[in-house]
Design a protein around this ligand. Structure first.
Ligand code: WTA
Length: 654
């Protein structure tokens, strides 16, 4: 065990199951062995600039070649300096002279079951038309376009159209409140708003336009609003401000050459919740971002031209940016897009979609996987999932038992699982198994991708030893990295580059095991300190989830006079189990047996649901307040998905 002053984290979990890639899968993979991965990794590490130079030339279209691969002065990176390119050109035009011209770019299904397919050529035409429509509405390069739309093909069209003309999009997940939209619009000085009349969600109509009306009343910089008719419900159109999508499209030409943009021209802003106070507008730029999104997509998902790739994330999140709207299109892939909820009309909707469309790759979040486990296997058992060949997860750590369920039940023990670790800030996947090359371990994101140089340090900034946890940093700039926080250089520097000078601070803790595999241990702020031993939330949670009656768990520290902090856990049990005092005792003993007495929870509370962000992450910060008996929840709660969960947890308290 480490001494408590170094700030290292004690790992109490052991997981030694190992799943090597199967030979057939590996034989068809572009990177088909550990040696091939290592060779690529070493090449990138030895000379990152030469490595990225080669890829940028081979993978991207350049209107004008760049003069310099990288200009790096902590904390500001510029990649492919002086070059001119265009993200939309690389995603669309690049395929129009190849056999991919008539390939499906997007296969879409709405929640009610309506479907549409757009080939690359059709998508290109839609994007060109909408780009012309934006220009006609006065949008100029560098202007910010705020997008609040349902998961329809038009959302991707809108993003690509911005990229085509050099406008900067700010996509706001279509579940946020009017207040949250207005805050983001004002921070970004948004000029145009894009929305729809409404969206389908679990059979109900979410009235997006009326939320936008309220937001625009407080967004003085927004001049125009384009409204997509998705459902046909009654909306108010404000004269002089609001126009219909179909009207502006009707008169737009399909001829819109892609603007020749600087490599470092801003591509988008995406707001993420800060742990306190106002959301941060993470800024990504052109050439480095699209190269990262494309290559990481190809490496991690082992892309084959015949695949249908389904990333279930909404384009309101970075995962939907990099692995719906950009990376797969740059790679010429076929993307599945689904508008609605996984449990509508029934809990089998995902499996029905996979069977119906014969989807090959499924990329989803641990929160969804835990929900499927809770809903029961019968929903999966009805369906033929034999088209699947690869599974992925992202967004949170996946508890090893949830991983095993995914492997057995969805993957039929045949599909590799890529547990991908990355962040809005990193632009794309940073650590993940390459499915034909790297044996997987349940709960580990395994190895860094080529070009990623991780470093784990303690509070004194010393590299920690294997099997000890510390702060995860990245040592060298990479093309997909964020280029700042919108209009807030000081906050960018302070947040990511100050605590560990010269390195990018991820805000996560991690450890490396004896095989050099990486294990993410949760957010730095969430560490639980029991009698001087610093424990990771995910390890305690995984021990609970390994009990047959537990679907989901969240562990937090609460003040304790003797131990400093005591462990409080919030547990959601499976549909067929009942909460009881016996179960509570059983769970405490179970954790003790799995990972030791030190990690045994002091309090266990059963709850029907945990507070989560709208993208499905457990909000441990709020649970910490509840466990500590604080009546007032501090900090920003605008990202909380369901306020009633919080109220319910508070009521249970009283
Ligand atoms: C967490 C999502 C463990 C982590 C792409 C990170 C993960 C934050 C994983 C970023 C993973 C994401 N294992 N933790 N595979 N993937 N995280 O910005 O804490 O929404 O810092 O980006 O999610 O979340 P964000």
């Amino acid at each position: 065990m480490s001494d408590s002053t170094s700030g290292q984290i004690d790992s109490v979990m052991t997981e030694d199951r190992l799943f090597p890639p199967n030979a057939e899968f590996a034989s068809r993979s572009a990177i088909g062995s550990m040696a091939a991965y290592q060779k690529l990794y070493d090449e990138a590490k030895a000379n990152p600039e030469a490595f990225w130079d080669k890829l940028a030339k081979a993978e991207l279209h350049w209107f004008k070649p760049y003069d310099k691969v990288l200009e790096w002065k902590v904390p500001n990176a510029k990649w492919f300096v002086g070059g001119k390119t265009n993200v939309s050109y690389n995603c669309l035009d690049a395929h129009l002279t190849t056999a991919r011209r008539n390939k499906a770019a997007i296969i879409w299904e709405g929640e009610p079951g309506d479907t549409r397919t757009l080939t690359y050529q059709q998508l290109h035409q839609e994007v060109c038309k909408f780009a012309n429509a934006l220009k006609k509405l006065g949008v100029k390069p560098g202007d910010v376009v705020s997008i609040y739309m349902p998961m329809t093909p038009e959302l991707v069209v809108a993003m690509q159209a911005c990229a085509r003309i050099g406008a900067v999009h700010s996509v706001i997940f279509a579940g946020f409140s009017a207040e949250a939209i207005a805050d983001r619009n004002n921070d970004a000085n948004a000029k145009i708003q894009l929305t729809a009349d409404a969206a389908w969600r679990r059979g109900k109509q979410l009235e997006l336009k009326s939320v936008v009306d309220e937001a625009l009343a407080k967004s003085p910089t927004v001049e125009k609003c384009v409204v997509l008719k998705r459902i046909g419900n009654e909306v108010t159109m404000q004269d002089g401000r609001d126009v219909w999508w179909h009207d502006v499209m009707a008169e737009a030409s399909t001829d819109c050459p892609a603007a020749q943009l600087d490599s470092e021209a801003p591509l988008f802003i995406l707001y993420t919740s800060g742990s306190t106070g106002k959301p941060k507008g993470i800024k990504h730029t052109t050439a480095g971002y699209i190269l990262w999104a494309k290559k990481t997509f190809e490496w991690v998902f082992d892309h084959r031209d015949e695949d249908i790739f389904w990333c279930t994330a909404d384009c309101g999140w970075i995962t939907g940016h990099s692995y719906v709207a950009y990376g797969p299109l740059a790679a010429g892939a076929t993307v599945m897009m689904y508008e609605g909820a996984p449990n509508w009309p029934l809990e089998n909707r995902f499996w029905e979609l996979i069977e119906k469309h014969k989807i090959n790759i499924l990329y989803t979040a641990p929160t969804a996987i835990r929900a499927f486990i809770k809903w029961g296997d019968e929903h999966v058992d009805k369906h033929d999932l034999s088209s699947l060949r690869l599974l992925g997860t992202v967004g949170e750590g996946i508890n090893p038992e949830a991983w095993m369920w995914y492997h057995r039940k969805i993957g039929g023990e045949r599909c590799p699982i890529v547990d991908t670790w990355w962040q809005t800030e990193t632009g794309g996947i940073m650590m993940s198994p390459l499915p034909g090359a790297i044996p997987t371990k349940p709960g580990s994101c395994t190895k860094p991708l080529p070009g990623v140089i991780p470093s784990i340090v303690d509070e004194q900034l010393h590299e920690v030893q294997q099997n000890h946890g510390g702060m995860l940093c990245v040592s060298h700039p990479w093309p997909g990295m964020l280029r700042g926080i919108w209009e807030d250089d000081a906050r960018y520097n302070e947040q990511y580059w100050t605590k560990v000078p010269g390195k990018y601070l991820t805000g996560d803790n991690a450890r490396q095991d004896d095989d050099g595999y990486y294990w993410i241990m949760g957010r730095i702020d969430d560490v639980i300190n029991v009698s001087g031993h610093r424990l990771s939330t995910i390890e305690v949670e995984s021990a609970l989830v390994s009990h047959s009656k537990v679907a989901e768990a969240a562990a937090v520290g609460r003040p304790d006079e003797i131990k400093g902090q005591a462990i409080a856990v919030f547990v959601t049990i499976k549909g067929n189990a009942e909460p009881s005092e016996e179960l509570r005792q059983e769970l405490k003993l179970h954790v003790r047996k799995e990972i030791g007495a030190l990690a045994q929870p002091d309090d266990i509370r059963f709850t029907a649901a945990l507070p989560k962000t709208r993208s499905g992450k457990i909000m441990r910060r709020l649970l910490r307040d509840i466990a500590s008996g604080n009546a007032d929840i501090a900090g920003d709660t605008s990202t909380l998905e369901d306020y009633s969960v919080l109220a319910k947890l508070r009521d249970d308290e009283e």
